[in-house]
Design a protein around this ligand. Structure first.
Ligand code: XIL
Length: 381
């Protein structure tokens, strides 16, 4: 019962938003035509925000192979000022085999960025989770003494950072190292052997070998009830970085959002309090992996798209009210390449619609919502 009335209220908000966004942008034109006039990157740039997306050079024909798709690349060229390789700079790609470094896939994306005058972010030097680290690497690090593990980590980061040099202006140095339930550091061979120092070493090495890059701690802590430990753990970690003078410039807020958790009501203040504390410590903010999971939204695509747009707009408005936030990256620009198609399937078996463009490269209401959020954002800098 309650759920239904919540849903219809949200739909009403979504409908109202859709209409107002269209008329605001260009009266008389449909949303997609109005939006097509100005790129997201230029609307964002006017407010001092860098806009972009991930792109994946994965196995052809898979979800993470958007880099093979001409329509996808056209959207990147038109809409984005920055790209980030979805998987290609992770250790499970670069160091899949012991003793070898494979930059082939990352290099293809880096070349595309150069050819098209796009900036590039790096993701990620230490994704501190066993599920996403090659087994040989876990076994190896686990067998080392602390000084040898430190050397291994430094060498790896040196190799990757120097390979891309100054092309990468911003690195997710460490990704997801706080365990959501406990707020403690995740238990991995790195933290077993080195403890907190694993993170300190990663950031220090990144500063040494990518001295011009912005260095980011990236995580998915959310506003939802039940995420208190995750948020507190991240705050504690950021405090420790400050206390120990670890060179961390910013917090990357992944932003895989959905219609859960009451960000506009009960959880609004806890989330703001979290962000306030982060910026009070002197950190900048980024949205690194924005998408809107629609698994709990209606099947009908029109209603669903309107709600996805409203949820996205509400979230971006809140986040952009922080002038410390100056980069917004989507985790994919076209629905059919979204990781959520696998990671979070809908009960009705229809594909997710979490990104700004549909499978025929037509902009959706979410694209207009992002544009509108940039339009109404305060100017930074
Ligand atoms: C995901 C990719 O999108 C998938 O292709 C891959 O199979 C697994 O990783 N948080 C992160 C990203 O930091 O690296 C994840 O990317 C999505 C969640």
């Amino acid at each position: 019962m309650q759920k239904d009335s919540g849903a219809s209220r949200r739909e009403f908000v979504a409908g109202a938003l859709g209409a107002s966004v269209v008329s605001m942008l260009s009266p008389g034109l449909p949303a997609w035509a109005a939006g097509a006039q100005r790129s997201l990157k230029s609307i964002a740039a006017e407010k001092g925000v860098l806009f972009g997306s991930s792109v994946g050079a994965g196995k052809p024909g898979t979800l993470s192979a958007s880099f093979d798709d001409a329509g996808y690349l056209d959207i990147l060229k038109r809409e984005c000022a920055v790209i980030v390789p979805e998987n290609e700079l992770k250790s499970y790609v670069i160091a899949a085999q012991s003793g070898t470094y494979d930059f082939e896939r990352g290099d293809r994306i880096a070349q595309f960025a150069k050819d098209n005058n796009l900036k590039m972010r790096g993701h990620t030097l230490l994704w501190n989770r066993v599920e996403y680290t090659p087994k040989w690497l876990l076994d190896h690090v686990g067998s080392l003494s602390a000084p040898a593990a430190e050397q291994f980590l430094r060498d790896y980061i040196q190799r990757v950072c120097t390979h891309y040099g100054t092309q990468i202006h911003s690195w997710d140095v460490v990704n997801e190292t706080v365990a959501p339930k406990s707020g403690q550091l995740r238990d991995t061979p790195f933290t077993k052997v080195l403890g907190f120092d694993a993170l300190r070493i990663a950031f220090e090495a990144a500063r040494t070998y990518a001295p011009k890059a912005q260095l980011v701690y990236n995580d998915y802590m959310s506003w939802e009830a039940g995420n208190e430990q995750h948020r507190n753990g991240v705050l504690k970690l950021l405090e420790q970085f400050k206390a120990k003078q670890v060179p961390v410039d910013a917090l990357g807020v992944q932003s895989h959002i959905g219609n859960v958790g009451g960000i506009q009501d009960t959880q609004h203040q806890p989330w703001r309090t979290f962000l306030d504390e982060v910026v009070a410590m002197g950190y900048k903010l980024l949205i690194t992996e924005f998408d809107v999971n629609d698994k709990d939204l209606p099947g009908d695509p029109t209603r669903r798209d309107a709600q996805v747009a409203a949820i996205g707009k509400g979230y971006l408005d809140l986040m952009l009210s922080y002038k410390q936030l100056d980069q917004v990256l989507c985790w994919g620009m076209v629905d059919k390449f979204s990781w959520l198609q696998n990671f979070s399937k809908r009960a009705d078996q229809t594909p997710q619609r979490p990104t700004p463009y549909d499978d025929n490269y037509r902009p959706k209401p979410l694209r207009e919502a992002i544009a509108a959020a940039f339009e109404s954002a305060p100017k930074r800098g």
